[in-house]
Ligand binder design. Sequence first.
Ligand code: SF4
Length: 415
Amino acid sequence: MIEDFLRRGYQVNEFGDPADVCVINTCTVTHISDRKSRAMLRRAMRANPGTLVVATGCMAQADAEQLSRLEGIGLVVGNQAKEQIADIVEDYLTGRASDRVVGLESARAGSFLKPCLYSHQHLRTRAFVKIQDGCQSFCSYCIVPFVRGRVRSKRPEDVVAEMVQLISLGYKEIVLTGIHTGLYGMDLEGWDLERLLEHILAEVDGVYRIRLSSIEPREVNARLLGLMSSEPKICRHLHVPLQSGSDRILASMGRSYTGEHYRQLLLEALEMIPGIALTADVMVGYPGETEADFRATFDLLEALPIFELHVFKYSQRAGTRAAEMGGQVEGEVKQHRSQALLSLADAKRDQFIRKQVGSSLTVLVERTVADNIYTGRSDNYLEVRFASPADVVGELVEVSLKQASNSFALGCTGA
Ligand code: SF4
């Protein structure tokens, strides 16, 4: 969206600075995301009275009519129209269009994601290429398929063009993102995620590495693991959502794997790709989750060499199957279970970091934390800090890990 405005000659300011238009990209994945999105919209209105406040993203898509009635909201733009956001804003500002709610309809069949070529290196050291949008899995608790629509991929040639552009701008790590990345290519004949990765590696030259965002357990296959183990350009990092370790709960969620499948998968990944960072999403308090179900989740995760856990408390989303289920779990119970998993996550992270001490890792340097002290992430997603006399922000640097610290590792360049 930023690039879309830049191409039209707009200047992009920091949030809170004076602006003619203020776009808030909302989220609705949990009730907390809703609350934060509303708070951001209110902050935008307060910071710039008289600005055109535009709400887009998933909460705008799910709740368009209600949002459009809020005093101070100028435009509500649905997810499918985000790719044309600058056009929509200009049409409204110049009076060519007067509708205040735009683009709620689903994407046309056969339409692909529009490519986005960056004009310059934005602040971050890591760039993102969105390879697909949408999901049609309809897990019982999840609102995403309702607000993102069915799977739409980006054409492989557009993915390659974006990557070439990003690398020419100086980015050294590119994250391939999406809503359900493992379904990449299901709307493109003969394409899938693994073929896309092979295509990128064959077509895109230069010094760079690729990180995959989240991938579902059923979509981590032998080809993908083989590519990760043989291609140094693919980061040794798999984020595989678990959600629950109880087979009864997984079945109710509509997720087609068991705890045992998940366990075997992670162990296989670890065997094929030594040092791999395995990270996961896990949910507590799904309707009907008993103490025994929770214990199955806890035990499964405790026994696995997980690096990081993202713990979510189940949140009722209107229109989903789970929102109508009996056995909704009390907030206090969710809090207790979440806390237990967060403590486990801390212990797991420390174990992983300690195991890495003694190894040498390639770190993408993100920023300084003190004079001549830099921090960044290794290919296996460890935060690593080290001293350097030269400014190495944005560079890939070999670092030998000497010591584990609180949530990161300390190392040095050279021997
Ligand atoms: S696969 Fe992910 S995005 Fe799709 S419905 Fe399930 S949880 Fe939601």
